[in-house]
Design a protein around this ligand. Structure first.
Ligand code: ZN
Length: 163
């Protein structure tokens, strides 16, 4: 009876430990050897590694959910996990020199007012790295253009690159 209880303590310690990102086997042995004490050790010991959906808060070093924007432990704003927001103030990886040149060549002459309006707004959004809004505006401009025009091709290629 007592040995069964010891085994259960081992299992419980292993489960607690592996939830904290630790070696479950080692903690099973510890729980098995120390019984309830092993379980208590497992419960009070800190976390070693973040779980798959966790990361470390850079301010208080506690573990928080990956998607969290505010740390639940210290309440500070967490830096975004999203590469769009972290690399050079929000430049998507696929935006290279070529794409920049393409975007900031500006609105071509001879397009009608509606196209120019949306195209201009899109460039503004690109300047402030708001690529989602930019591609929306590029799409409006595209819709106002004849499908096979040279400008439509340019816009299509820009939208593809920033989306
Ligand atoms: Zn924190």
């Amino acid at each position: 009876m007592i040995s069964l209880f010891w085994v259960l303590c081992g299992i419980a310690a292993a489960m607690v430990a592996s939830q904290k990102g630790k070696n479950g086997c080692g903690w099973f042995l510890l729980g098995f050897l120390l019984g309830p004490f092993g379980l208590i050790f497992a419960l009070i010991s800190g976390k070693e590694a973040p779980a798959e959906n966790e990361r470390k808060c850079p301010y208080c070093a506690e573990f928080v959910k990956k998607e969290a924007v505010v740390c639940k432990h210290c309440g500070r704003d967490l830096p975004s996990e999203n590469p769009i927001d972290t690399t050079s103030q929000g430049q998507p990886d696929n935006i290279n020199e070529d794409t920049y040149t393409l975007i900031f060549k500006g609105v071509p002459r001879g397009v009608d007012d509606l196209v120019a309006h949306h195209w201009t707004r899109a460039i503004r959004f690109c300047e402030s790295k708001k690529y989602r809004l930019a591609s929306e505006q590029f799409r409006y401009a595209l819709n106002a253009l004849p499908k096979s025009s040279e400008h439509a091709k340019t816009l299509n290629s820009i939208i593809e690159r920033i989306s």
